[in-house]
Design a protein around this ligand. Structure first.
Ligand SMILES: Nc1ncnc2c1ncn2[C@@H]1O[C@H](COP(=O)(O)OP(=O)(O)O)[C@@H](O)[C@H]1O
Ligand SMILES: [Mg+2]
Ligand SMILES: [Zn+2]
Length: 460
């Protein structure tokens, strides 16, 4: 029986409601609700209706699924060590971030490793893809005279046509650029609507699992939200990767926001060049500015993103407020975290910040939201306030409690080793982290217990 009903859904996050809402209660977007017609017969069935079978846990095969390396160390890292067979991965980012470029490069790499890649584009013609492919860096082991011809290109956005093409050509890897342009005839909703995008993603999941081939979906993130955002798909797919930070820099950061097969929050760092996205060999180096001349307000933290320690410079600028209320501006760091740190600074160190504008940012467009960077951010603000520079080659670790106590950080050893490897000579760290399990050489450790000690340790 087919019963038609209507629901309203947020275009950004897919939150559903029986009536129209002006503001989404989930993601806070305004005017994002649109009507979606749903008929129960066309609802997405995510699992193949076949034989229903229950298995004993002990009988499930534990053979580790071999991963397919992409030949790109940074992309492999974000995926948790290569592509998992039968996985559905969503790569989201703003237009121009480099989604098509990166996946075309990955397609080349996989092709060179003997995979059969089908690149489906509903956005660009085969010719446009060819033009892009011609300027990209090619893997060394590429096929005969022209490897670009070996990737199968399908300029199509009709889901049913895509499926029959997959059945005909039997690719071992599929890339869909983009999921928002793909639509299914079985649904009344317009292409790009939450209903369509979710329906197609669900059917791609089905396809990936039933044929055991990895599928990559490209998803656009747009500011105005005129099309359904990748957020509405996060629960369907196995892994969600997002381009992070600003587009105006020449490096790009990709973060695994969710990964059923690897560490969440893992980041991959690439440089955007005319030959495509090139993996960065020494990522810590791009988040550190000139280490010799240190200005007041600058401090270096070591954040663990996923499984990798990264040194990032935090810069703070504290100036007297000129007009009206004091401004607090944060880039790459949570605004509320700054407010808490400023409150601790006022209360514990007796510093008046009332008439001050405070600007804080993380260098290189990195988002640092890990509590282990609290002490570094706190010290950067304090250093700008006092107009005194920190000693050079010093890194700060520590989480702050509201009472100003410096709490131990996780994986202190990993962070210290990265700092020492990058030539840092001093580390201010929580006393609770000592003694370390293994010693780290060539770096002096200065343990601290509370923010009251910061002044005497750093600005004697
Ligand atoms: N000739 C070029 N040299 C350097 N960078 C380029 C060149 N052509 C395109 N780009 C970069 O590639 C980006 C477009 O990448 P693309 O993969 O099409 O993005 P997306 O698919 O995420 O919208 C542009 O932002 C631009 O920075
Ligand atoms: Mg594109
Ligand atoms: Zn929403």
């Amino acid at each position: 029986m087919t019963k038609s009903s209507s629901v309203f859904e947020c275009r950004h996050c897919g939150c559903a409601s029986a009536k129209w809402l002006g503001r989404c209660p989930d993601c806070g977007s305004w005017n994002s609700f649109v009507e979606e017609r749903r008929s129960s017969s066309s609802m997405v069935t995510l699992i193949n209706r076949g034989e229903v079978k229950v298995t004993r846990l002990a009988e499930v095969s534990t053979e580790a699924t071999p991963r397919l390396p992409t030949g790109n160390p940074e992309f492999d890292r974000v995926l948790g060590g290569g592509i998992v067979h039968g996985s559905l991965t969503l790569l989201g980012g703003e237009p121009g971030a480099g989604k098509s470029t990166l996946l075309l490069q990955i397609a080349h790499n996989l092709q060179a490793r003997g995979q059969r890649v089908l690149y489906i584009s509903g956005e660009e013609s085969a010719q446009q893809i060819r033009l892009r492919a011609d300027r990209l860096e090619k893997p060394l082991a590429a096929g005969p005279a022209d490897s670009t011809g070996d990737i199968l290109i399908l300029a199509e956005s009709n889901f049913e046509a895509i499926v029959s093409s997959i059945e005909e050509h039997e690719p071992s890897v599929v890339v869909v650029d983009s999921v928002q342009t793909t639509f299914s005839e079985t649904l009344d909703s317009a292409p790009g609507s939450v209903g369509q995008v979710r329906h197609c993603a669900g059917r791609f999941l089905n396809l990936a699992k039933s044929r055991n081939i990895p599928v990559f979906l490209i998803g656009h993130v747009t500011k105005d939200g005129s099309i359904a955002g990748p957020k509405a798909l996060e629960h369907i797919v196995d892994a969600v990767l997002y381009f992070e930070g600003e587009r105006h820099q020449n490096h790009r950061i990709i973060r695994a926001v969710k990964n059923r097969f690897g560490a969440a929050n893992e980041v991959g760092i690439f440089e955007m060049t005319s030959r495509g996205l090139i993996p960065v060999r020494n990522p810590s180096s791009i988040f550190l500015l000139d280490r010799e001349t240190i200005t007041p307000g600058s401090a270096v933290v070591c954040a663990v993103e996923g499984t990798r320690p990264l040194l990032v410079e935090v810069q703070a600028l504290v100036v007297a407020t000129q007009y009206g209320t004091a401004r607090r501006v944060a880039t790459g760091i949570d605004y509320n975290r700054i407010s808490v740190l400023v409150a601790i600074l006022e209360k514990r160190l007796g510093v008046q910040m009332n008439g001050c504008d405070i600007y804080v940012n993380a260098a290189g467009g990195m988002d640092i939201d890990e509590p282990g960077s609290d002490l570094g951010i706190f010290t950067a603000i304090f250093s700008s306030m006092r107009n005194r520079s920190l000693p050079s080659y010093t890194v700060l670790l520590g989480e702050l409690s509201l009472s100003g106590e410096i709490r131990p950080v996780s994986q202190a050893h990993l962070r210290l080793r990265e700092a020492a490897a990058m030539g840092f000579r001093k580390c201010i760290l929580p006393a609770g982290n000592l003694p370390l399990v293994d010693p780290v050489e060539n770096i002096e450790m200065i343990p601290v217990k509370s923010v009251d000690q910061i002044s005497e340790v750093l600005f004697p």
